[in-house]
Design a binder for this molecule. Structure first.
Ligand SMILES: [Mn+2]
Length: 283
């Protein structure tokens, strides 16, 4: 018998008991509609490896990661050329997680993975609110003729949850029509004061947080599919996330890390830390 010790194949601090976990982390390595720099399919495995370099204690939350009951389900295996079957696989697996009375934390992959997640969530939580962190509006009606594209994902999500239930943070890039749509429908939250007020009002509503890592500045997060300068620092993003700590967060995802563009490993380490913090704040 080999006596090791061996490094874990799973996320640091993940429980190996699915039946007793509250959250299921599920890798969604799909990047089929990526229009700029492909490679987000490699993010979940890269973050899993990077997690071994993290500490277990979060000084910000004064909470240990071992106190969060989460299970690392590994990565779904997609027929990558087939968008419909890939999206169906995500929807069906998230539906199973919800049926088991658990919450899902999807690790993308490109942002389109959020659409099938929300489809499953909407069935269980008819009054779901979605909080969207991103550099981009993702509100196009279609992109190059495709309605199911990462560039349209929030427009599709709105068709499911209603525009009154979408809250967008950190947006700094989009077409004039998308900006007009945001203004008309009042979905963009531009100050933390406004955010605390709104999040206070939706305390009883179930919330899904979708975090596109390109909401961070390109200097902090260069390894992403569609880089957009002028974004947040990590500490600013954490301050925004903490505003949701008293809300009923029932699901999350973190998308668009593309680790092959990460020469130093700093982007992947940052994404892994953010995933740890999100589970510690909301788990
Ligand atoms: Mn984006």
């Amino acid at each position: 018998m080999l006596s090791g010790p061996f490094l874990s194949k799973n996320w640091m601090c993940a429980t190996d008991d699915y039946t007793r976990c509250d959250w299921v982390m599920i890798g969604l390595p799909y990047d089929g509609t990526c229009s700029n720099k492909p490679g987000a399919r490699f993010a979940s495995q890269a973050m899993r490896t990077a997690s071994w370099g993290l500490e277990e204690y979060s000084p910000i939350a004064d909470r240990d990661f071992n106190d969060v009951k989460f299970f690392d389900a590994g990565d779904l295996e997609f027929s990558l050329g087939n968008r419909e079957s890939s999206l169906n696989l995500i929807e069906n697996n998230v539906r199973e997680i919800l049926k088991d009375g658990k919450k899902s934390f999807g690790i993308g992959g490109e942002h389109l993975v959020t659409y099938p997640e929300i489809k499953a969530y909407k069935e269980k939580y008819p009054n779901l609110a979605v909080v969207h962190f991103d550099a981009h509006c993702d509100l196009r009606e279609d992109y190059l003729g495709e309605k199911l594209s990462h560039a349209c994902v929030m427009r599709r999500v709105v068709e499911l949850v209603g525009k009154e239930n979408l809250y967008q943070i950190g947006i700094r890039s989009g077409e004039i029509e998308e900006y007009r749509w945001m203004k008309e429908n009042n979905t963009l939250i531009s100050s933390m004061e406004k955010a605390s007020e709104i999040f206070g009002k939706i305390k009883d509503q179930p919330v899904f947080i979708t975090l596109d890592v390109d909401v961070l500045d390109t200097s902090v997060m260069p390894a992403t599919g569609t880089q957009e300068a002028g974004g947040m620092t990590v500490n600013e993003l954490i301050s925004w996330l903490l505003l949701l700590r008293k809300n009923n967060v029932v699901g999350m995802d973190l998308v668009e890390l593309s680790p092959d563009y990460d020469a130093s490993g700093a982007s992947t380490a940052t994404a892994a830390k953010l995933a740890r913090e999100m589970l510690i704040y909301f788990g």
